[in-house]
Design a protein around this ligand. Sequence first.
Ligand SMILES: C[S@@+](CC[C@H](N)C(=O)[O-])C[C@H]1O[C@@H](n2cnc3c(N)ncnc32)[C@H](O)[C@@H]1O
Length: 256
Amino acid sequence: MPERIDVEGFGYWYDEKQGDAGDNWHRTLIDPGLFARIGTVRAGLRILDLGCGNGYVSRRLARAGALVVGVDQSLELIERASAHERAEPLGVEYIRADAADLRPLGERRFDLGVANMSLIDIEDGAGALRELGRVIRPGGRLVASLSHPCFDVDTRSQYEVDEVSGTSTVYRKIAGYRTPHSDRYLWRLSDGRTVRTVGYHRPLSWYLKELRKAGFVLLDVEEPAPEAGFVSDRIRADWVEQIPLHLILEARREPE
Ligand SMILES: C[S@@+](CC[C@H](N)C(=O)[O-])C[C@H]1O[C@@H](n2cnc3c(N)ncnc32)[C@H](O)[C@@H]1O
C-alpha cells in the first residue's frame, strides 16, 4: 500500500495532527456527533475501533471504562497508538489488520463497533461492513462517521456562494455521485514532503444496502454542524452549518 497511509513518516505526522483529542475538524465538527451516537460508555463495554489511526478515540473510550481493541492497517499508526498505550496504559489492544479480514478477532466479540472516518478510506468497504457484522454481537451497535456521501464527493465537490443584494446563498456543487470510485488526497507533512492517500466514495444507497446485507438495521443518523471554535482556511462554519460535510450512522446488529 505504498500510496496509502503507510508512506514512511505519514503515521507520525497523522499522530501529531490528531494528538490526544483529534484535530480541530474532529473536535469541533465530527466527534461531538460521533460521541452523541455512541452514548454512555459503561465500564466493561467491549468496543472495536476500526481504522483507529493513532488511537485517540480508543483512548477516550478506554478512559471511560470500555475494553477497547483498535485495528488499523497502517503499521506506523499501530506503532504510534501502541506508544501512547505504553505511555498511558489504558488496556487498549492495538492490532494491525485489514478491516475486510477480522478473523483474528473471533466472532460476536464486541458490544459496539466504531469507525471514525475510516470506512471512506477502506478499499473493500463491503468486506469491512461484513466483518463488522460478524464481530459485533447480535443486539450490539455500529457507529460510523463518513464524509457525507451526498455533499462531500472527494475532489469533485465544492461550496459556491452567491452574493446578491447583500444576501448570500450557499450551494454545494457535486459531480460523480452515483458511481463508486476512488480519489487521491494530498497531505503536506511537517517536513515539507507531500503524500497522497486514497479515499473511496460510495453513494448513500450503497451504505444503507451494505449495512443491511451485513445484518445491521439503521437506528439513527447525524449530519453534524460545527461547534464554536471550528476553524478552516478553506470553508466557513456557516456554510457547513447549512450544508453538512459529514454523516454519522448508528446501526444495530440484528439477531440471526
Ligand atoms: C481518516 S483515517 C481515520 C483514523 C481515525 N479513526 C481518526 O479518526 O483519527 C482512516 C484510517 O483508516 C485506516 N485504514 C485504511 N484502510 C484500512 C484497512 N483496509 N483496514 C484497516 N484500516 C484501514 C487508515 O490507516 C487510517 O488510519
